[in-house]
Ligand binder design. Structure first.
Ligand code: IPM
Ligand code: MN
Length: 363
């Protein structure tokens, strides 16, 4: 597998280093050949190459099977307009790679249950997958801009039936490997794009009679996520709603640092943790690398088609948590371990389970 690695900004390089440590360890045991090339994106790319997505980075995507990204975002560029900020590098890259379905799983780890802001009896058993449309809606719709001497501004939410149908298919296919339920989220009581969304999703649903479909307005969905998160299996939604709901779903698990994502459907798959660059803790070996490490697991699952190797990483994460190891964001007392220590531990467990010990003895 050829992987372009983009550590990016803030804590990105630290968590990506740990993701690669674990990925390389597991690859070795499972005889997966991995070739990595590093490149710049975001604020560090502006600083070193004058652009948030330099040409050399785009060239590095050539022939790659997947991109592994750390984080993008740098407060040094907060004064810039949206089209010049570090984040535009990420958005342009998403367009270039072509993946339109962003999968963001969020589930209750038994051993972390008390880190959730929700009461145990509400959160226990939560296991949901947000399928976020990633290349349409307000993020990319035109026209957009400022007018009247910057006294007003506008963006365009635009969707075609083809754009909705293709991401809906990913949601229904994913549901088949899970609990066979899709909740489509929109604002069809107000927005035309949401009417189209709802009709297109319902049309696709006809091809999946074995999967249950329900529709929710986005405000109601935000509410159900905190009052009844176990009602969800697959949540299918448009770009901006998915951005907002996935932060909400992620933090239910105790920390945004835990969540991974995969973007599929395009030429090159993209894997990135859901969290941002966390500039306040960057360079301090404090960040939680689990989101990045779990993204590497998704890479093995979706691009590598190696479920066994993916599970080796995921059970190593579960084991580290079950044994009480915590980075600062999920620690309940002063007993926390560093980014590096967590990465090393998970790498060791991933190897232990798959190399010398049978799984039954590893715990
Ligand atoms: C995410 C992030 C990005 C997004 C930003 C950094 C552009 O918040 O991946 O959720 O809005 O998609
Ligand atoms: Mn986001």
């Amino acid at each position: 597998m050829k992987i372009t690695v983009l550590p990016g900004d803030g804590v990105g390089p630290e968590v990506t280093r740990e993701a690669l440590r674990v990925l390389n360890a597991v690859a070795l045991v499972h005889s997966i050949e991995i070739e990595t090339t590093g490149a710049l994106i975001g604020g560090c790319a502006i600083r070193e190459a004058g652009s948030p997505l330099p040409e050399e980075t785009v060239a590095a995507f050539e022939g790659a099977d997947a991109v592994l990204l750390g984080a993008v975002g740098d407060p040094a560029y907060d004064h810039l307009l949206p089209d010049q900020r570090p984040e535009i590098g990420l958005l342009k890259m998403r367009q270039h790679l072509g993946g339109f379905a962003n999968l963001r799983p969020s589930k209750a780890y038994g051993s972390l249950i008390d880190s959730s802001p929700l009461r145990r009896e509400i959160f226990e058993g939560t296991d949901l997958l947000i399928v976020r449309e990633l290349l349409g809606g307000l993020y990319f719709g035109t026209p957009r801009g400022f007018e009247d001497g910057n006294s007003s501004a506008f963006n365009t939410m635009r969707y075609s039936t083809a754009e909705v149908e293709r991401v809906a298919r990913v949601a229904f296919e994913s549901a088949r490997g899970r609990r066979r339920k899709v909740t489509s989220v929109d604002k069809a009581n107000v927005l035309e794009t949401s009417r189209l969304w709802r009709e297109s999703v319902s049309k696709v649903a006809a091809d999946y009679p074995d999967v249950e479909l329900d529709h929710l307005f986005v405000d109601a969905c935000a509410m159900h996520l905190v009052t009844n998160p176990t009602r969800f299996d697959v949540v299918l939604t448009e770009n901006l709603f998915g951005d907002i709901l996935s932060d909400e779903a992620a933090v239910l698990t105790g920390s945004l640092g835990m969540l991974a994502s995969a973007t599929i459907g395009g030429k090159i798959d993209l894997f990135e943790p859901v969290h941002g660059s966390a500039p306040d803790i960057a360079g301090k070996d404090l960040a939680n690398p689990i989101g990045a490490i779990a993204s590497a697991a998704m890479l093995l699952r979706y691009t590598g088609k190696n479920e066994e190797a993916a599970l080796a990483i995921e059970s190593a994460i579960e084991r580290a948590l079950a044994e009480g190891y915590r980075t600062a964001d999920i620690a309940r007392d002063d007993n926390s371990i560093s980014t590096t220590a967590m990465g090393e531990l998970i790498a060791r467990y991933a190897l232990g389970k798959t190399a010398s010990q049978p799984a039954s003895q590893a715990n």
